[in-house]
Design a binder for this molecule. Structure first.
Ligand code: IGP
Length: 268
């Protein structure tokens, strides 16, 4: 693991331990209606949009994009929705990524799209502390506990998005009941990007689906800057893409999201 990721895992552990009792009482919140990500992807495909999960990302290791308050997060998410995004991802890790649970709540109250909580989940209490439609579970971090976390999320009615980066993590994820697999093109050890990761792993998922009569949704995550990049991973078998930095760097999040969603004409 890269030093910044190890640092996040340590601070997350301390934070969750300190917040323990408060989190369990918050989980009583009622009146939460889940938004279905799988049918949102199908709807996007049916009307010719490239399914883009657009990410509200204030910073990443070594880079700051924008200061994002809950009000700004809502504004950005609204631009993403208007531009045709299929879902919104919200970073909630408060240290290195400068995210917040307040940003997540604010986004979900503003838009009608499914919302993904993007964080480093290491403790089941974290599944109680926020309400989202999808939750990221990183196979490389959860290891042997992955299956339990997938079950827990499903039981809560939250769609797990299991993130993998190599064959070993993919095999682990295919043993769970997850319906959504994210292939991270970024190596969490070096933080380097290689879109070939999707080209390598997506066909393995498709083959497994054929063998078992299942149908996983494949999300290609990270490192896409152009419509050509998106085209490449969709052609490799991805159903959807997850894009953060390229949107945050652009002066107009609406314009950039729309460009990816429309695919600049390569989509018939
Ligand atoms: O900003 P990018 O390169 O478009 O990547 C977005 C997203 O995939 C990335 O933020 C991400 C993927 N997996 C994560 C796990 C934790 C934090 C962040 C991430």
């Amino acid at each position: 693991m890269h030093a910044s990721i190890l640092h996040i895992l340590n601070t997350t552990k301390t934070r969750v331990q300190a917040l323990g009792p408060q989190i369990s009482s918050e989980s009583q919140k009622m009146g939460f209606e889940k938004r279905d990500f799988i049918s949102a992807v199908a709807a996007a495909k049916a009307d010719g949009r490239v399914p883009v999960i657009a990410e509200v990302k204030p910073a990443s290791p070594g880079r700051t994009f924008r200061d994002i308050s809950p009000a700004t997060a809502a504004e950005l998410a609204w631009e993403m929705e208007e531009a045709g995004a299929v879902a919104v991802s919200v970073l909630t890790e408060p240290g290195v990524f400068r995210g917040s649970l307040e940003n997540l709540d604010s986004v979900r109250n503003k838009v009608c799209l499914p919302v993904l909580r993007k964080d480093f989940i290491i403790d089941r209490l974290q599944l109680e502390e926020a309400q989202s439609d999808l939750v990221l579970l990183i196979a490389g971090i959860l290891g042997g506990q992955l299956g339990d976390f997938v079950e827990l999320a499903l039981k809560k009615g939250v769609e797990p998005l299991v993130e993998v980066h190599n064959r070993k993590e993919l095999d682990l994820s295919l043993e769970t009941d997850t319906r959504v697999i994210g292939i991270n093109n970024r190596d969490l050890e070096t933080l380097e990007i290689n879109l070939g990761t999707t080209e390598e792993l997506a066909p393995i998922i498709r083959e497994c689906d054929l063998d078992h009569g299942t149908r996983h949704l494949i999300i290609s995550e990270s490192g896409m800057n152009s419509v050509q990049d998106v085209r490449r991973v969709i052609q490799a078998g991805a159903d959807a893409v997850l894009i953060g930095s390229a949107l945050m760097e652009n002066a107009s999040v609406f314009d950039k999201t729309k460009e990816f969603v429309q695919g600049a004409g390569w989509r018939q």
